[in-house]
Design a protein around this ligand. Structure first.
Ligand code: GUN
Ligand code: ZN
Length: 443
């Protein structure tokens, strides 16, 4: 039995093309008073309200978001759900922050009840921020993966996640072995990969916490199916880079450690890459892998500022998407990610146009992940995961938005001044998501 059709009215944010390959203002195809028509969880049509309003199938529900922007749900290409509780922890940079805050918290995820509680709160918070797909690290415990995918399945969200692999240089209580990590991952892939909307990512934490043997087995896991994802960290800080150099003196570069294990390929997502250099960018371009740019985290942990436009250099362009990286990042909002990406580009004296930033958090991310046939844009046939943004949600934003010269300028104001308060509604497969408790606005 199918649900009645649903029509959403508002300003539609569609892409005409890639804003890094054409003038960004022309890359956005704006329908000022438009309708998105949804049937059976998918977008079936978009167009002007004036043309479509009298042609809607009988019984179609109309949700009015006039004065709001209707776009695809945000995609967060790098985030740790078990770190939700230790978000905003004071006073450390990466390696000591992991020891002091992250590892003790991740230990708790051997308890399926705790894992379920945090997974549920995390997913509610993601949706309240308009994020409908994320690449998610669980912990070393298989229970943490079952808890996460179960909660995602319940919400019918399209999530990519996996068990962290870690067999050295971490507390004993967080270590697997090369073999147990492989076996547990295989079982989880069997249970979750491509089940409903869930997708599995083989997830070695980063080179310092895996032996050569474990990295090689991660590559072997990827060889079992061409649709699996891989996620790990790369070149986030200079101290980490030095550590990797001392652990793998035989390899040309940090990226080469992963490459040697067969981990550099399409659907591989490397978090951060703040300190990446030209040769490795060439290799990423050739391999078709993606970098998750995590500017909020890089600022919070003091890791440095990723040079986005260098990675996107047209002669060897690398796929880039945005990541919040909580708890390294201190915000889940992809609007905030767009803000921090703008600031990181500023520090390299480059201007990130708002339409470009929006692309990195939506269709550009879907393309980087090889998912643009399913998500990331308002095209007929695409899954109806939507984020509706309200540029008038707070006094500061409202007065700025009232002066906006264009929809691109509105997007810029939203990204500089907005957060979850600007998310008027989130739809997952055409279903509006309930607000977490304590949320005032509703239509
Ligand atoms: N590098 C290895 N593990 C982590 C992590 O949990 N967060 C971040 N930001 N970097 C890492
Ligand atoms: Zn991370």
């Amino acid at each position: 039995a199918s649900q009645p059709d649903l029509a959403l009215r508002g300003t539609l944010l569609r892409f005409r093309g890639d804003p890094f390959e054409m003038p960004p203002d022309e890359a956005l195809d704006i329908e000022t008073d438009g309708i998105v028509l949804i049937r059976d969880g998918h977008i079936v049509e978009t167009g002007p309200f004036a043309r479509l309003k009298d042609r809607l199938p009988p019984g179609t529900g109309l949700h009015d978001y006039s004065n709001c922007l209707i776009g695809p749900g945000f995609i967060d290409a790098h985030v740790h759900y078990p770190q939700f509780g230790v978000i905003a922890s004071y006073g450390e940079q990466l390696l000591s922050w992991l020891e002091r805050y992250v590892f003790p918290e991740e230990r708790r995820f051997s308890d399926p009840g705790y894992a379920t509680q945090i997974a549920s709160a995390f997913l509610d918070a993601l949706l309240a921020n308009g994020t409908t797909t994320a690449c998610v690290y669980c912990t070393v415990h298989p229970e943490s993966v079952d808890a996460f995918f179960s909660e995602s399945q319940r919400r019918n969200t399209r999530m990519i996640a996996g068990k962290v692999l870690m067999d050295r240089n971490a507390p004993d209580f967080l270590c697997d072995t090369a073999q147990s990590g492989y076996d547990q991952s295989r079982a989880l892939i069997e249970r979750w990969h491509d089940r409903g909307r869930q997708l599995y990512a083989v997830t070695p934490r980063f080179a310092p916490t895996s032996t050569r043997e474990q990295l090689a087995l991660a590559g072997a896991l990827l060889d079992t199916s061409g649709t699996l994802f891989m996620q790990t960290h790369l070149l986030e800080t200079t101290a980490e880079e030095r550590w990797v150099r001392s652990l793998f003196p035989e390899r040309r570069s940090y990226l080469d450690v992963y490459d040697h294990a067969g981990l550099v390929r399409p659907r591989s997502v490397f978090g951060h890459a703040v300190h990446i250099h030209d040769a490795d960018l060439h290799r990423c371009h050739d391999a078709g892998c993606a970098i998750a740019h995590c500017p909020t985290s890089n600022a919070f942990l003091g890791s440095g500022a990723f040079d986005l436009f260098e990675a996107l250099r047209p002669d060897r362009r690398v796929h880039v998407a945005l990541g919040s990286d909580i708890g390294g990042g201190n915000a889940l909002s992809m609007l905030r990610g767009m803000n921090d990406a703008y600031c990181a580009a500023q520090s390299h004296d480059r201007r990130l146009h708002p339409v470009q930033a929006y692309w990195l958090a939506t269709l550009g991310a879907a393309r980087a992940l090889g998912l643009e046939a399913s998500i990331g844009h308002l095209t007929p046939g695409i899954e109806a995961d939507l984020c509706i943004l309200d540029p008038f949600c707070t006094p500061v934003l409202a007065q700025r938005s009232a002066r906006a010269e264009s929809v691109a300028d509105l997007l810029f104001a939203l990204s500089m001044l907005g957060d979850d308060r600007a998310v008027r509604a989130t739809y997952v497969m055409g279903v509006r998501q309930p607000r977490p408790r304590g949320w005032a606005r509703e239509t």
